[in-house]
Design a protein around this ligand. Structure first.
Ligand code: MRU
Length: 376
């Protein structure tokens, strides 16, 4: 990774442009919480590597990083030679970059959603603009995707805070659906941050989230920075905690939600929804509209990423911090990164367009503008 160099620690925005707008600074989330290190990414290949290896992760942040990477690829192609690239060079290069980024992670629908937006802008601008106008249009669209996500997170926070008791609440979450996973204050964590800002006494419990510990490493890190009272539990402790009466509600994010409301999210979400139902607790899923996939009629049509078994054998590979769990040689492991929670286990979706209650099919269709009487 010659194109990556170290930068001093800065604020925890997952990814942003360098001041000259020709490279990206990306917070390496595999190193958190031990080290806040920004990587300077100067090629599309390094952006793809950062997404595949979870240096940047979380559905909206993956989409934002890919959009910025795609814009960067075209900007660099335009400036590589004294001669401006031909139209076909621009088109072929853009396609190759988009294919590379599309292949990084299959489940988060924000990735193909963001790439499709970039492709639309590319097609429009390349047919009538100069190469530099094409590059500028792509950079603008990537920034717009990030800015819209920031605003959607804020709205999710406003909608979701209504579900949190003002006089004190225990909130359980899984994985990391916070600032590190988005362009703003997060999805599942947005209502928690909003409640905290309003002075509600919220107690956040974070599932550690095996095998890569996004809950223990990332949710705990960013919630603590924000001053939220946060406690980490192992995934297997959730049932006991609910039985103790410490939890009032569960709220998680999503990587892709099908048209019928089935939810693909971090492995371990489904058993949490089953536990919540058994204990009579509300199970909320928070997401921006960009995480719904109207093309997937149900959860059976959502592609589930299966990652290298080394992650289950050894945990996250950070200089001995989380390794050493081990599995005997010769024993197989199964490592799906996500599971699907049936819509029937979801109490409500907390979205930038408000709280959606069952029946989810019509509610989702209406949010996405495909409902009856809306053909947009
Ligand atoms: O494998 P990850 O860390 O990318 O998985 C992330 C999640 O499952 C999040 O809950 C989801 O992407 C929503 S992020 C706002």
């Amino acid at each position: 990774m010659d194109d990556i160099e170290l930068l001093p620690s800065e604020i925890p925005v997952p990814v942003r442009w360098t001041s000259d707008g020709r490279a990206l600074d990306l917070l390496d989330q595999t190193l958190l919480p031990r080290e806040e290190r920004f990587l300077r990414l100067k090629t599309v290949e390094s952006v793809a590597e950062a997404i595949s290896s979870l240096r940047v992760r979380g559905a909206p942040a993956i989409g934002i990083a890919a959009a910025m990477g795609l814009a960067m690829g075209t900007l660099l192609r335009i400036e590589a030679d004294p001669e401006p690239p031909s139209r076909s060079q621009l088109v072929n290069g853009f396609r190759e970059d988009a294919d590379l980024l599309r292949g990084t992670r299959p489940t988060a629908v924000n990735l193909p959603w963001a790439l499709a937006r970039m492709e639309r802008v590319f097609k429009e601008s390349v047919s009538r603009g100069s190469p530099s106008e094409v590059g500028d249009a792509l950079a603008r669209e990537a920034d717009l995707i990030a800015a819209e996500d920031r605003e959607m997170c804020r709205r999710i926070g406003e909608a979701g805070v209504e579900l949190i008791p003002e006089n004190g609440a225990g909130v359980l979450t899984h994985c990391n659906a916070g600032a590190l996973a988005t362009g703003g204050i997060g999805t599942a964590l947005a209502p928690v941050y909003t409640a905290h800002a309003r002075g509600y006494p919220v107690r956040l419990f974070a599932d550690e989230t095996r095998p890569l510990l996004q809950g223990a490493r990332l949710t705990a890190w960013e919630a603590r920075r924000a001053g939220v009272d946060v406690t980490v539990i192992t995934d297997s402790m959730a049932g006991a905690l609910m039985k103790e009466g410490a939890i009032n509600l569960v709220i998680v994010g999503a990587d892709r939600v099908a048209a019928n409301g089935d939810v693909a999210n971090k492995i371990g979400t489904y058993p949490l929804a089953v536990l919540a139902k058994h204990h009579g607790l509300p199970f909320y899923v928070a997401l921006p509209r960009s995480t719904f996939d109207p093309e997937a009629p149900d959860g059976g049509r959502i592609p589930i990423e299966v990652r290298d078994g080394i992650e289950v054998r050894n945990g996250i590979e950070v200089e001995g911090a989380f390794d050493g769990r081990g599995v005997p040689d010769g024993v197989g492991v199964w490592n799906p990164a996500f599971d699907v929670t049936p819509a029937a286990l979801v109490t409500a979706f907390v979205t930038d367009g408000g709280v959606l209650r069952p029946p989810f099919g019509p509610a989702v269709a209406s949010l996405l503008g495909t409902g009856p009487g809306n053909t947009a």
